[in-house]
Ligand binder design. Structure first.
Ligand code: TAP
Length: 471
């Protein structure tokens, strides 16, 4: 994998230096090694990118859907062809295990482009904007224009795919800002756009920190803002956008409950609990970070869970046998450490399997807390790390009440043999996604998004088209 010593911004089909010549370094979190220097975009660069996207919008939106689809299919195929390079790059820049980037991130990225490529010529038949009187489609839905897209570092390429694929399929053009700590796969993707012959200006990538994101979101030439990230920044963006004619979708934080009943297949549930919180080191918005286990099987589940955690391999993310990789940044590690320490101070019991952490890089051992009450910070706040808070319940009603006792509403899991209980609880849980007897399963055909402080709008599926169309 050749990583260039420096990368520019991708504006109007070309890589260029930032107008002010500023750069920042991107590190490998597993080793703290500098991977590359990347251009830091300021307001002038953002303006150039938005202008390029505006100029490209007319011709791009006027293309027949079938023509736009050809570009998206081409991008999807190139992602597949270059997925080994992309997986290595993502693992280096993010710190997540290669087995995850290879087997989860990259296949899902390609699948997302394939899926939305398939919609591009069928938008008039997507039953969007139907007349309430006749039930007929009133007119073909129209794209919004220039989409400003700001994404986080936990699934850099997957979040890019979730943003760019539906925007392009529906005839919008985009300016995307990746997270400061993981800019490389987005820049590699820019090269894929060139390789696919995508008309210039349709996709623009501006790298930088939060100030770049703020300049992009606040730019008057933007018609739509799509943000994935923390609830705090999401609120700030909502305030910026309020009172303008910009459309907004927000995918924010979560504090998902994974609910295990005594009749569940417990071995399978333990695998689901581990996947729910240790996948991507728990740096997942929809992580099952609160385990709600029925009191009667509490001891049994905990014993099995501890035995399973003792087998997890923590270390070099490029090793195909690694289960748990590095934390993405020193800041994130500090946040996780602070919250875990608060858990101990507030009286919960902390446990981690014996594991040796590498001397360099950012690492946090898989951790679980028992004796957690709803008042504890580790039960209320998003930790965004490999830390599981275990609570108990006696009845289904108590499980629902505890699961919903959070300002967030992104995900939940139910483990039980009873189909009727799953269907009933799925309606009672205020969570955008409810998994049953599985966890962290993603499919481009399925809408994803939150209730309450987890945001609004849906990404994925037919619903995901609406975020980019005037219906
Ligand atoms: P944030 O700090 O919110 O950062 C997200 C993105 O916004 C980054 O690109 C960031 O740039 C940028 N940004 C920061 N300040 C900004 C501002 N004032 N205006 C515009 N953009 C700004 O979140 P994070 O630490 O990257 O990600 C973790 C959070 O994201 C967690 O809370 C997690 O739950 C949430 N998340 C949610 C989802 C979904 S689908 N709901 C998915 C993934 C993550 P910098 O990187 O330069 O700071």
């Amino acid at each position: 994998m050749d990583i260039a010593p420096s990368y520019g911004l991708f504006i109007d089909g070309e890589f260029r230096e930032a107008a002010a010549g500023k750069v920042f370094k991107t590190l490998a979190p597993a080793t703290e090694e500098v991977l590359s220097e990347v251009a830091q975009a300021d307001a002038d660069d953002v303006d150039a990118a938005v202008r390029a996207a505006r100029a490209a919008f007319g011709p791009w939106s006027a293309l027949p859907g079938a023509e736009r689809a050809k570009y998206l299919f081409r991008i999807a195929r190139i992602v597949q062809e270059r997925s080994r390079e992309l997986a290595v790059l993502e693992t280096l820049d993010n710190g997540k295990p290669i087995r995850e980037t290879r087997d989860a991130d990259l296949p899902l990225v390609a699948a997302h482009f394939f899926y939305y490529a398939g919609w591009a010529d069928k938008l008039a038949h997507a039953a969007l904007g139907r007349s309430p009187v006749t039930g007929a489609s009133e007119e073909a839905p129209r794209p919004l224009g220039v989409a400003a897209q700001v994404i986080p570092w936990n699934f850099p390429l997957m979040m890019l795919a979730w943003k760019i694929a539906p925007a392009l399929a529906t005839g919008n053009t985009v300016v995307l800002k990746p997270a400061e700590t993981t800019p490389l796969s987005a820049l590699f993707f820019a090269d894929i756009c060139r390789q696919a012959g995508l008309p210039r200006g349709v996709v623009n990538i501006v790298t930088g920190d939060g100030s770049t994101g703020a300049a992009l979101v606040g730019h008057p030439g933007v018609d739509k803002v799509a943000f994935t990230g923390s609830t705090a920044v999401g609120k700030e963006i909502a305030r910026t956008v309020a009172g303008t004619d910009k459309r907004l979708t927000l995918e924010l934080g979560g504090k998902g409950a994974n609910i295990v009943f005594e009749d569940a297949p417990l071995d399978q549930a333990v695998e689901g609990i581990v996947n729910g919180i240790f996948f991507n080191q728990g740096q997942v918005c929809c992580a099952g970070s609160r385990l709600l286990v029925q009191e009667s099987v509490h001891e049994e589940v905990l014993d099995a869970l501890k035995r399973r955690l003792a087998t997890l391999r923590v270390g070099d993310p490029l090793d195909k046998n690694t289960d748990v990789g590095a934390i993405n940044s020193a800041e994130q590690l500090a946040r996780i450490t602070e919250l875990a320490d608060a858990g101990e101070r507030e009286g919960a019991a902390r446990w981690s399997p014996a594991c040796e952490l590498p001397g360099e890089g950012y690492w946090f051992a898989p951790t679980l807390f028992t004796g957690v009450t709803q008042a504890h910070r580790i039960a209320r706040e998003e930790i965004f790390g490999p830390v599981l808070s275990v609570l108990t319940f006696r009845t289904p009603d108590e499980a629902v009440a505890k699961a919903n006792n959070t300002p967030y509403g992104l995900s939940a899991g139910i483990w039980t043999e009873k189909g009727s209980r799953i269907l009933k609880m799925a309606n009672q849980l205020r969570a955008g996604v409810v998994w049953a007897n599985t966890f962290n399963k993603f499919d481009p055909a399925s809408p994803f998004g939150g209730y309450k402080e987890s945001g609004f709008g849906r990404e994925g599926g037919r619903h995901g088209l609406e975020a980019y169309l005037d219906v």
